[in-house]
Ligand binder design. Structure first.
Ligand code: ATP
Length: 894
């Protein structure tokens, strides 16, 4: 087998034992999949279990603790050694379990992000996962696809491919099917090949797959993989930084405490162990892990709501979104188009079953144009069409009126085309007339040609642009000049229909002469205007609701559409969007940067917008400090999605390119899903603040006890094992459980969080310090009372130990609601947390009352009065927290 680019199409097909019109059989494809393996560049599986364990064990904190185990054993303190070891193992197990769960959630998301591709197998078109492609498959490509395997082209229609990923050349390359001479042709010049990872920017094509997976050119340089981003999110980075600063502070603290203890005559061994425990107490080692888990589980939760997260940072950014720019068609509306009326020069047909082609030849021609200048195909079920809904509506209208689009296509085969693009907003196809006989509606096309030309261009598209490239008008079978007055009449009809919220497509035709067939640039000029078709696309009822919710939540919904400004305004009104004005792409192009800033502030509807304009919108809005979510589906939307804070791609109608540049994919293309994800994002961000508050308050409390205790004369208020227990076990379970908290009431009736604010904003930092001091103070207070009564050291230490745990459990319940009372009806809404608190309390009581554990943790059983005192300590925390919430509610009321 030679290199595929030097072979002819027939030779390549023969080499790969495949047929262009049938493709491989399913059985053969299955066999080849076994032989060549799945079409994947690298495994998308994520970290393996043992890798997670290794990462956990390599953690500095764990290493220090293991050193502590060794020191204890060396000093003959076997009990301590074993207990610390068990705590480390339990803690690692908890960490492993969480991370494993997060890892699995992320791996599942990655699997879902594998794109679908179109192939021909068993003689029919199929959609399969890109992973299932095998050499010999007939691959169908269109604008917007990321090429999923290497292939030799066997058919092209204006196919252009951007190969920067492979060759660095950013200009798209026009492709062809002819064979090339010589093996030495560089990749960039192999115009009859397509390569994995490159992007189809225009046109369509078919290719035989010649290489998959690591055998592809991209596989050869596999590092250039556009994979999902596993990088840290801003929040994770910020918390990691916080962890490092606290570690530094901890070191300083350890020296202070060690000096104090040594001064009070504590043994070197005890001092050493305490220092280690202090380090563990001061560093919130669990925090980054809980954040990651919370984000990953959040992503999983969003998937249930039909939002597929591709980049983890989106989960935390979503909560802060202030503007959602959404496409209209399909996202705010149902994208279920139905033709409702057809307007011809000087007459109109309101669309119902009574309209037939026989009634009016001009109407027949209009319908024929709609049906032929069209890539949608009639499906097996009645009324089902595959392809673009706008085109589907036209096919159905033709069918209803008595035309057979399939037959039309075979009698007037397509020989050329200028595909639709969202800049021109129209498309043209060229059809051969050689097999058309006289009679019928097709015959009429011929008679109209009057013997001129053998090919006809059929064009459909946005009326305002189309009218500019028309010079004639069809009226009762005759071509008349398109006068200014006629143009005005057409424009007025267009406006009247747009005002009803209808999408209007104009149609036109022309007969090609001379060598025009070979010059696609000449197709769209001097056209004859045939008429217009108007279609309705109902708004999604759930989008209306979601727009209302955005309003409440302080988020500005913005509609962006390629449609007519009046259609856009009418739909905006139906949706309840602020429809005070509309700006078009042309308006945007003509404005100075200052004007842009000014106007964009109060306009929320943008029409006749091109992808370039979307980019401008994102930039201007971001310049005003907004956090922008932007949806996109077309080939050219990718840059705007990348620039937006949250790029949102459409799962159903979106192109591969937009999906790959997005942060999140809407599996149901629905605007309401974005809003639901924002709500979820706010919930997750709130929960992160909750466990940050919980963990850091607990740590502060522990440090206060350890620092202030010796000052009061209580040399070792907590034993090292006790601190370790509190820090690694007591803190861990409830913190994880807090990430399961449901959304607080009213999450969507407050403004988005300020993008500039950190996690500690809105007084969180102060509250952590304050409550930390309270918890530390209360615990010491309870212990001090006992100590001053000259109780055994075991007893007062146990009291401090127990009060600290009780206070933290109480606080875990208090932090659930920012403002609402702990005793609100939602008390039972998070069973995981209640269970975590119950288990931790149970464990604490067993440390106090089980004799064997007494020995290990140096605790003593407490009497009822003493235990009551510990409980009372915890109640102080509840009372103070309730008091703060009450004040805050009062303040808000005012
Ligand atoms: P969105 O709201 O999702 O951005 P849109 O449907 O509003 O998308 P486009 O698909 O770019 O925007 O369509 C813009 C205009 O192009 C339409 O108003 C219509 O006049 C014209 N148009 C749309 N689809 C076709 C098509 N298949 N063939 C010809 N013209 C089309």
């Amino acid at each position: 087998m030679g290199e595929p680019h030097v072979l002819s199409v027939e030779e390549v097909l023969h080499d790969h034992d495949t047929l262009p019109e049938r493709g491989l059989s399913s059985a053969e494809a299955e066999r080849r999949l076994g032989e060549y393996g799945p079409n994947e560049l690298v495994e998308r599986g994520g970290k393996k279990a043992w890798q997670i364990v290794l990462a956990q064990v390599r953690d500095v904190m764990i290493l220090i603790l293991l050193a502590a185990v060794l020191v204890s054993l060396a000093l003959g303190e076997y009990g301590d050694g074993v207990v610390i070891f068990v705590i480390v193992v339990l803690n690692t197990a908890l960490g492993f379990w969480q991370e494993f769960k997060a890892e699995k959630a992320m791996a599942a998301l990655k699997q879902m992000a594998v794109p679908l591709v179109r192939v021909r197998r068993d003689g029919a078109e199929r959609q399969i996962s890109a992973k299932g492609l095998v050499p010999g498959d007939i691959l169908l490509l269109e604008a917007g696809n990321v090429v999923p395997a290497d292939g030799r082209l066997i058919a092209v229609a204006n196919l252009k491919v951007q190969e920067a990923a492979l060759t660095g050349e950013s200009e798209a390359v026009e492709k062809e099917t002819g064979r090339l001479e010589g093996d030495a042709v560089p990749l960039g010049d192999r115009r009859n090949m397509v390569y994995t990872g490159t992007v189809v920017t225009y046109g369509r094509g078919e290719a035989v797959v010649t290489a998959t997976a690591m055998a592809t050119e991209l596989g050869a340089i596999a590092s250039m993989l556009q994979d999902l981003d596993d990088g840290q999110t801003p929040l994770q980075r910020r918390l990691a930084r916080l962890g490092r600063s606290l570690a530094m502070a901890a070191v300083a603290l350890i020296f202070v405490v060690a000096a104090m203890m040594y001064g009070q005559g504590v043994s070197v061994r005890e001092t050493f162990m305490t220092a280690i425990s202090m380090a563990v107490a001061a560093i919130p080692e669990g925090l980054p892990a809980v954040v990651t888990i919370s984000l990953a589980l959040g992503a999983q939760q969003m998937l249930r709501k039909k939002a597929l997260i591709r980049r983890l940072h989106a989960v935390e950014t979503l909560g802060g979104v202030t503007v959602i720019c959404s496409d209209k068609t399909g996202t705010l509306t149902k994208n279920r188009m139905t033709v409702t009326e057809m307007v011809l020069p000087r007459r109109r047909y309101v669309w119902d079953r009574a309209v037939t082609v026989g009634q009016d030849d001009d109407l027949g021609l209009l319908l024929l144009t709609g049906a032929l200048c069209n890539d949608a195909v009639v499906g097996a079920e009645e009324g089902a069409v595959l392809g673009d809904p706008t085109e589907g509506a036209l096919v159905l209208a033709a069918l209803k009126a008595g035309l057979d689009p399939g037959e039309l296509k075979s009698r007037m085969p397509r020989v050329g085309e200028l595909p639709f693009d969202s800049e021109r907003k129209r498309m043209s196809t060229v059809h051969a007339l050689s097999s058309v006989g006289p009679g019928g509606i097709v015959g009429r096309v011929l008679s109209l040609a009057g013997g001129r030309g053998r090919h006809v261009v059929l064009t459909k598209g946005a009326v305002d642009g189309l009218i500019e490239v028309c010079s004639g008008l069809l009226l009762n079978g005759a071509v008349e000049p398109l006068t200014e007055a006629e143009k005005k009449g057409i424009a007025a009809e267009n406006v009247a229909m747009a005002e009803k919220g209808l999408r209007v497509l104009g149609m036109a035709c022309r007969f090609l002469e001379g060598d025009e067939l070979d010059r696609p640039g000449s197709y769209e000029r001097d056209l004859v205007f045939l008429g217009m078709a108007a279609m309705i696309d109902p708004v999604r009822p759930e989008a209306v609701e979601a727009v209302g919710l955005c309003r409440q939540a302080g988020i500005r919904p913005v509609m962006i559409t390629g449609d007519h400004p009046l259609t856009a305004l009418a739909i905006a009104r139906e949706l309840g969007l602020s429809a005070t004005g509309v700006l078009t792409g042309a308006d945007l192009d003509g404005m100075s940067p200052e004007e842009l800033k000014e106007r964009i502030r109060d306009v929320s509807v943008f029409a006749r917008v091109s992808p370039r304009n979307k980019m401008t919108l994102v930039e201007v809005l971001q310049g005003q400090g907004e956090i922008v979510a932007m949806t996109g589906d077309g080939v050219n939307d990718a840059p705007a999605l990348k620039a937006a804070d949250i790029g949102v791609a459409m799962g159903i109608t979106g192109t591969d390119v937009t999906k790959e540049s997005s942060d999140m994919i809407l599996l149901d293309d629905n605007f309401a899903t974005i809003v639901a994800s924002v709500k979820e994002g706010r919930r997750i961000y709130d929960n992160i603040r909750k466990f940050v508050r919980y963990i850091l308050t607990g740590n502060t409390g522990e440090i206060v006890v350890m620092l202030v205790g010796p000052l009061l004369g209580m040399a070792l208020p907590l034993l090292p094992i006790q601190i370790l227990w509190i820090n690694l076990m007591t803190d861990g379970l409830p913190a994880v459980a807090l990430s399961y908290e449901k959304a607080e009431r009213g999450v969507m009736s407050r403004r988005p969080q300020d993008p500039q604010e950190g996690v500690f904003a809105r007084g969180l930092g102060w509250q952590i310090l304050l409550m930390g001091f309270v918890i530390g103070g209360v615990s010491l207070g309870v212990g001090y009372r006992c100590w001053s009564e000259e109780a055994a050291s075991k007893v007062w230490q146990t009291m401090i130990f127990t009060t600290l745990t009780f206070c933290q459990m109480a606080y875990a319940l208090c932090v659930r609601e920012e403002e609402r009372s702990l005793f609100s009806p939602s008390f039972a809404s998070n069973p995981v947390l209640l269970l975590a608190v119950a288990v931790t309390l149970g464990l604490q009581l067993s440390l106090v009352y089980v004799p064997f554990l007494n020995a290990l943790f140096r605790t003593a059983p407490l009497g009822a009065g003493e235990l009551g005192l510990c409980v009372a300590g915890a109640m102080t925390v509840v009372a103070l927290s309730e008091g703060r919430k009450l004040l805050s509610r009062r303040r808000n009321l005012r």
